[in-house]
Design a protein around this ligand. Structure first.
Ligand SMILES: Cc1cc2nc3c(=O)[nH]c(=O)nc-3n(C[C@H](O)[C@H](O)[C@H](O)COP(=O)(O)O)c2cc1C
Length: 324
């Protein structure tokens, strides 16, 4: 679990798929929000006033409610959907909200946002259909959704007291567990500054290996996906994941053991699957036939993409700041 003091709070948009004043789904959503970890801020986004999606209304001046809704989702890190089941699927109001957020084409506000799903029914049998119909939309919306734990609340009225709170500690515990798992899931998909800082400590060690002629640890963090670019201190540049990876490997061979380096990070940030640092790399490297020690300072910018659960180097620009 992440330490709230070190990590940026997650902005979680909560969308309830029911417009009913006494909605069980909303009561469960409130109970979930009340049990969110301290490092999560839950914000209920209302969907009841969204005009039905109609492509003819797009353009310069779409309905204000659509623009507001899109802006609200855009400012969120993740979305929690809490929905009833209508005719073994999701209610029309929820589908409409998804349609509104998904357009104009190519500008979907949902793309890449991690999601959690909770479905609710007052009946014994139900909630499964809505849960999975919603998950089906995430394929095209390109929303990574938490798989476990699943959350289907049947006979939901029995779980709630007169004031809308949950009756049993067992239910409270499962809501809390769900929110905690959701936080972990969101942080896996959208790493923040704190996890990038941890990665940068590893990056420093990798740079040290490199100036000692060992490219293996760098190879482990270099992307194998496109695009990839490298602007070398010699002034040339190349692009393409394979070309860049083999260049790093070849350049490492020009260093002998006994070098050292230090990254002076002037600025760094991570957000939404991308991260960068920029600053100075001070190095004392043993190079050439005789392995003479050369001191150098490079101005460096590196960009990383979060791929397969880890940061990968996708761009490096380095040029000499001064030679010593
Ligand atoms: C149009 C409609 C279709 C429904 N279809 C289902 C269904 O397929 N499965 C189910 O379990 N309940 C179904 N119900 C009952 C709802 O689960 C119930 O009304 C529930 O209270 C709605 O959620 P809410 O309390 O959050 O508004 C349906 C209700 C409506 C109004």
């Amino acid at each position: 679990m992440n330490n709230a003091a070190q990590t940026r709070a997650i902005q979680l948009a909560v969308i309830v798929g029911s417009l009913r004043a006494q909605s069980y789904s909303r009561k469960i959503a409130r109970a979930l929000a009340a049990r969110a970890p301290d490092s999560m801020r839950c914000r209920f986004i209302e969907i009841g006033d969204l005009p039905l999606y109609n492509e003819d209304l797009e353009g310069e001046d779409p309905p204000r409610a659509w623009s507001t809704f899109r802006a609200e989702i855009r400012s969120a890190d993740a979305v929690l959907f809490v929905t009833p089941e209508y005719n073994r699927s999701i209610p029309g109001c929820l589908k409409n909200a998804l349609d509104v957020g998904s357009r104009p084409s190519g500008k979907s506000v949902f793309k890449g946002l991690p999601a959690g799903v909770v479905s609710v029914t007052p009946n014994k049998l139900g909630a499964f259909g809505a849960n999975h119909a919603l998950r089906q939309t995430f394929v095209f919306l390109d929303m990574p959704v938490m798989q476990q734990p699943e959350a289907y609340f049947s006979t939901v009225a029995d779980l709630l007291d007169d004031k809308g709170g949950v009756k049993s500690s067992e239910t409270a515990g499962s809501l809390e567990k769900f929110m905690s798992a959701l936080e972990d899931w969101i942080r896996t998909i959208r790493p923040d500054d704190a996890s990038f800082e941890a990665f940068m400590r590893q990056r420093e060690k990798i740079a040290e290996d490199y100036v000692n002629g060992d490219a293996k640890s760098l190879e482990a963090i270099v992307t194998h996906a496109e695009p990839a670019t490298f602007f070398s201190p010699r002034g040339d540049h190349l692009q393409g994941a394979n070309a860049v990876a083999s260049r790093y490997e070849r350049d490492a061979r020009s260093f002998h053991e006994g070098g050292s380096t230090d990254l002076e990070v002037l600025q760094s940030s991570a957000s939404g699957g991308l991260a960068f640092w920029t600053g100075l790399q001070h190095a004392e490297a043993r190079m050439g036939k005789n392995g003479e020690t050369t001191a150098m300072t490079l101005r460096v910018t590196e960009v990383f993409r979060f791929e397969d659960g880890a940061f990968r180097l996708v761009h490096r620009h380095a040029d000499p700041a001064k030679a010593g």
